[in-house]
Every structure is written in C-alpha cells, then in structure tokens.
Design a protein around this ligand. Structure first.
Ligand SMILES: C[S@@+](CC[C@H](N)C(=O)[O-])C[C@H]1O[C@@H](n2cnc3c(N)ncnc32)[C@H](O)[C@@H]1O
Length: 246
C-alpha cells in the first residue's frame, strides 16, 4: 500500500501531496495578496516586518526566501538592505510569476533573483546563505524534516533560519474564537473574495495539522540546528522560529 500523509484533514498518498498543494496555490494565486490582507486584517504585514527585524540581515548578506509566493518578505529585505542579494524562490510557477511582476512594478528587482524550487530539495551548494526565510510555507511541505535539513545545509556558519508560520494560540478562550473564525468565516471569505472556499478550508485544516511551537522547535533542533528560539505573535496564532547554525 502507498504511504500516506495529511493534506489538511484528508489522507493522501505521499507522492500526491505536492500536487494537491500546487492546486491550492495555483487556484488562489491572483487573489492571494487581497485575501492575506482581508483574513489577517493586514496583520501579516506586521508579522513579516517583525521577522525581518529579528533576522538581523546585514549589508551584502546573501538571503534565500523559500516559499516566497508574491515576495512580501523579500521586498522588505530588498528595500532595507539594497546591497544584499536575495534569491526569491517558490515551488509554484504562478505564485513566483506574480512575485517577479511585483518586483519590477514595485522596485525590488535590482538585488533579487527568482528561482522555482522546492524547499525540500534545494539546488544550492552547502554553506551558501547568511539567512534563509520561509513565511507560511513549511506547513505545506510533504517532508518537513527533510526541508529543514536542506535549509541547514545551505546556511553558512553562523547563519540563521527564520520560519514564520501559524501556530497554536496560548489562551483556550482565544483558541475557541479563533477556531470559530477559521471554520466559519475564513471559507466564506475565500468564497467571496477568491471564489474558492475549499482552499481556505484547507488553510484552516493545515494549520491544525502543523506542529505547535514546542514541537516545531524540536523538529528544528532534530534537523541539526544548534539552537532554536521562538517568538509568539498575536497570542501564538503565529510564531517565528529562529534556527541557528554554529
Ligand atoms: C501561504 S504562501 C506564502 C507566501 C509568502 N511567503 C507569504 O508569506 O505571503 C505558501 C507558499 O508556499 C509555496 N510552497 C508550498 N510547498 C512548497 C515547497 N515544498 N517548496 C517551496 N515552496 C512551497 C506555495 O507555492 C506558496 O506560494
């Protein structure tokens, strides 16, 4: 029998998960930015700013943004550190193409390169990057440990990995409200603004299937990082994990 993994609450064959995830992002690509603002009431912009603040990028650093989508994180880094070099990457050509268009229209194409790749098998040499970022991407990986090991391999000595991802609310009351919002409002918002409630149902389910703060920290450490710290944002709805390679 084929090995199974989860796709939201569904079970799918391991080799089919990337195709299912690809379907979600191809479907939401053109409404992705509008939906991000609507469902987080713009807060995702603040979370990404905090990530860049914590990342400690320096002039001339070489940065890889994995699962970059339309390029929000890379844009912030590019504007703040014009002498850095940023590789903007995503497995999905439609998302990446939108990012590339934005980089030209919004002026962050000078120090950026675009590459279509999976974060689970990164086609760069060992010790290439000073900083690797991944925002709301790890949750969709088929094999998270492989992805994290790949990210560690590609980081230079003293490099940092920053993972921005949905996590587990710390307050039970907040958690109840958040569950209600996720399973009642979010798919309706998806239907209204993106004409696609299934993808936003998947979003809500995939968040629940993702490791919580402590479990993700363990996963980062088990993948060979020498240290890992995390920061909870908005009561732990979102967390930023920082993995350090010594
Ligand atoms: C929710 S979007 C996040 C986009 C952007 N980082 C942001 O924060 O707005 C998730 C992205 O992960 C990408 N993705 C999913 N699986 C991936 C993988 N294995 N490797 C690289 N990118 C992946 C999707 O194509 C999608 O663009």
């Amino acid at each position: 029998m084929n090995k199974k993994t989860h796709f939201g609450y569904k079970e799918v064959d391991i080799e089919d998960k990337a195709r299912h995830v690809g379907g979600v992002f191809s479907s939401v690509a053109t409404s992705y930015d509008v939906m991000n603002d609507a469902m987080s009431i713009g807060l995702h912009r603040l979370w990404k700013r905090i990530l860049v603040e914590i990342a400690g990028v320096k002039d001339k650093d070489i940065v890889l943004d994995i699962a970059a989508g339309t390029g929000d994180i890379a844009k912030l880094i590019s504007n703040q550190f014009p002498s850095s070099e940023i590789f903007i990457s995503d497995i999905n050509n439609e998302m990446l193409a939108l990012g590339r268009e934005r980089s030209i229209n919004e002026g962050f194409s000078n120090n950026t390169h675009f590459c279509q790749l999976s974060g689970e098998a990164i086609p760069f040499k060992d010790n290439t990057f000073d900083v690797i970022t991944i925002g709301f991407g790890l949750r969709n990986f088929t094999d998270k440990p492989s992805g994290l090991k790949e990210m560690r391999r590609c980081l230079k000595k003293n490099g940092r990995l920053l993972v921005l991802e949905f996590s587990k609310p710390t307050s039970p009351l907040f958690s109840k409200v958040y569950d209600w919002y996720s399973f009642n409002i979010l798919p309706k918002l998806g239907a209204l603004l993106a004409n696609d409630s299934d993808s936003y149902q998947y979003l809500a389910e995939s968040i629940r299937m993702h490791p919580d703060q402590e479990a993700l920290k363990e996963l980062v450490l088990d993948s060979g990082f020498d240290d890992c710290k995390f920061y909870n944002l908005l009561n732990g709805i979102v967390a930023i994990h920082v993995g350090y390679k010594e």
